[in-house]
Design a protein around this ligand. Structure first.
Ligand SMILES: [Zn+2]
Length: 224
């Protein structure tokens, strides 16, 4: 299991948690989320040290979020590129948060084609799927798979058709709470409900799917 950092403080917290709960196979990523980009002039200096912690297996969440625009787009792009360069230098995979910004994100990512990329909460539909799969990439899916909304039919279809070896599952807690806990705060334990729905959509048993996801995660993050 991986806990993702979204700013300097919770990147440090993710690393500390991954050490405290090491016996459960917890790992961490460090990154500055697009929402938080405007709080930083550049990547925190301490990241250069933190990235070498044995529990850190990726740089992220990094990316672009034009849905909320909590940071100006120009600043989001600058921080995104700086962190892609950092990941390239450190030979680390990246965890991408991209919302309503796929065109700009793909244009930037095309300069970093050697990176391993995880498209967290993949929401690009069939429109962007081929471009995304061209990269050395995984797509992660979460609670939205379980939501009843008809508008999510395409997301479920994408999930049914994407190659099995390119899938990871996530909670995105505290957000995106799966059925039957919608309206409550999401937590990692609810991943079970994502697995149940995902296995149903792929016509697999939960055990078969879990084994595949474990293989995918090991392949992507190179953890033990
Ligand atoms: Zn995110």
């Amino acid at each position: 299991m991986l806990i993702a950092g979204c700013d300097f403080e919770d990147s440090c917290e993710a690393v500390a948690l991954s050490e405290d709960f090491s016996q459960f196979g917890l790992y961490a990523s460090i990154g500055i989320h697009p929402h938080e980009s405007s709080r930083y002039e550049s990547i925190p200096d301490a990241f250069s040290r933190l990235v070498h912690d044995t529990k850190v297996v990726a740089v992220g969440e990094i990316g672009l979020d034009y849905h909320y625009d909590h940071s100006p787009r120009e600043i989001q792009r600058k921080m995104f590129e700086a962190q892609l360069e950092f990941a390239e230098r450190e030979k680390m995979p990246v965890i991408l948060h991209i919302r309503d910004a796929m065109n700009d994100a793909l244009a930037i990512l095309s300069d970093y084609g050697g990176l391993k990329m995880l498209f967290h909460c993949y929401s690009g539909g069939f429109k962007y799927l081929d471009d995304v799969l061209e990269f050395d990439s995984m797509c992660a899916f979460g609670g939205a798979l379980t939501w009843p909304s008809k508008g999510l039919g395409e997301l479920r279809d994408v999930f049914r058709k994407i190659p099995l070896e390119r899938i990871l599952l996530e909670t995105d807690s505290p957000y995106m709470t799966p059925v039957p806990f919608r309206g409550k705060t999401n937590e990692p334990a609810y991943i079970k409900h994502v697995y149940d729905k995902a296995a149903e959509l792929r016509s697999m048993t939960v055990e078969e799917l879990a084994s595949q996801i474990e293989t995918n995660a090991k392949e992507f993050f190179k953890w033990e």
